[in-house]
Write a protein that binds this ligand. Sequence first.
Ligand code: SF4
Length: 591
Amino acid sequence: MSERRFTEKPDLNPMAVMSLDINHAAMRENRTLFPSTVVTVTADAPDRLLVSGKNNRKIGATVEKGKFKGYGIYCLSLEERATCPTDCEARGFCYGNGMQMARRHRIGDADVFFDRLGFEIVNLLDQHPGLLIRLHVLGDFPSAEYVAFWKDVLDEYPNVACFGYTHRLPQNWGGDEIGDAIQAVKDAHAERFRIRWSNDHGVAMSDSSVILDRLPRGARGPNGELVCPSQTDATACCATCALCWDVPRENIGFIKHGRPSVETEAAAVMEGFRDEPKGLTDTPEGVTRHPEALTNPDTRKVQGIPVQGVKPNTVRADSTPELRMVQPTDLTIESNYQRSLSGKSIKLIRKIVAGWDWAKFKPPVCAESDGGLFVIDGQHTAIAAASHPHVYRIPVMVVRRDEESDRAAAFVSQNTERVQMSPLQIFHAEVVARKPATIEMLKSAIRAGATIPRSPPKKGEEKPGEIVSVGALQHVWAHGKPENFERVLRIAVLSGKAPVNSLLIRGIDLALKRPEDKQTGMPPIADLDDAELAYAVSKIDIDEQSAEVAVESQCSKYDALASLIETYVVDLAEEYSELTKGGASALAIAS
Ligand code: SF4
């Protein structure tokens, strides 16, 4: 087995690999996520550039088979994104995003860099019958001059070979002069310069590698490429595989790997559900599917998702819960772990009793022991049932738990291991539930040109006019007239601010409610037109300035923003009238 310091294999879950947003600093500045790991190579630092493959679980120390058998494998890392073509499709999800410990080498003085490399190669050739150099664990070929260096090395040392991948392409394939240089070395040293083209161009290419977004079902990917056997444990590592340099006729498929994110996974899983053809999934024998569910695009069947790396536990057959109809007063609450009733509890119980609806009823989860039936989850529901004159028996789910500690553990899990609904998700559910006020709010928002997303947008990806605060919507709706509500949103949209958050909504609302200023004789700013107000808002750094004014004036940030709007309206009045004189449209003025 090839010598390696690390053998632990990361779980492959391509759907969960996160991708940096295009506005992320590392994308904008074309650099690694971990700038502190980048070392500019000088005559004496770092101690070495070429690192033995034994330090990389996937590579291995010495080639074990094929034409380079016995060669020492060494790896070189440059800086991802900084040395890569900007049209590389992997820029956002580059696996370097998950390699915070790796050292990246930056070429400072090129001559010094090439001297250092050349010197190391000569030294290493004293220790090995030959060298196989992995170009590059991170980064790509940064320049034609750099490619020429490797040509010189291969010209000079017949027992040196290179293998790796590049997102560069020759110009006749839409690439650049670096791609041409790579092609030239591949032609000159076809056997020893085994650099494969990373095919993210969706065209048939030979001698290439592709990234697989989904776990392949077998040894080959969707376009017949061979899946990297080291990723699937079909072989230990490159040293025991040799495919990439020994078998140019085979394209290689690499299962996407890198920095995982459950958000990305959730989006991919949902994408998978959306791709699932409706109605085709088998409906169990004897079960009639509601016709709407079969055809309605807004439904999806419950189905398993890939849970890579999760080792499912054993579920004992005799531990299956039982559904039982009981009198609510037969149930017991254990105060050691259950909470006491609070004001909020009473409010909830009263609400349940007032609107008892079995569709809104969640059967309490109860643990049975010789001491009785103990409520683990659903105390308020059970008490409400006991309080309702027409509810005699309720269904409960019963599991056997003799120990109080087990019951307490179940209670904690029942009340913590859940994904809370976001206010935005509840808002849209209320729309489907035809809740009048919510529907009116939505209609107003749409008329005002705003959007209300179903779930909170990612930070930095919020769009102008995108409302992210349901709480502020409900507050303004509850404390004002519908026409004022709509006006607040219209001004927020016109201002071009992204997102439309609670500060913006509440600040504009308060500004519109400001009376005439008797001292200055300034009319209520609500008398001004929306575009002028939006223009003023568009010029304010909402979060920063409101926070400053709130501290200075010892007021809420909402009041602070309302004052800022008043101030800016006055300060910008002349500028605004100049703009309107020019006949600029409201939107143009404000945006
Ligand atoms: S296919 Fe083989 S040689 Fe290529 S990367 Fe995978 S393990 Fe290494």
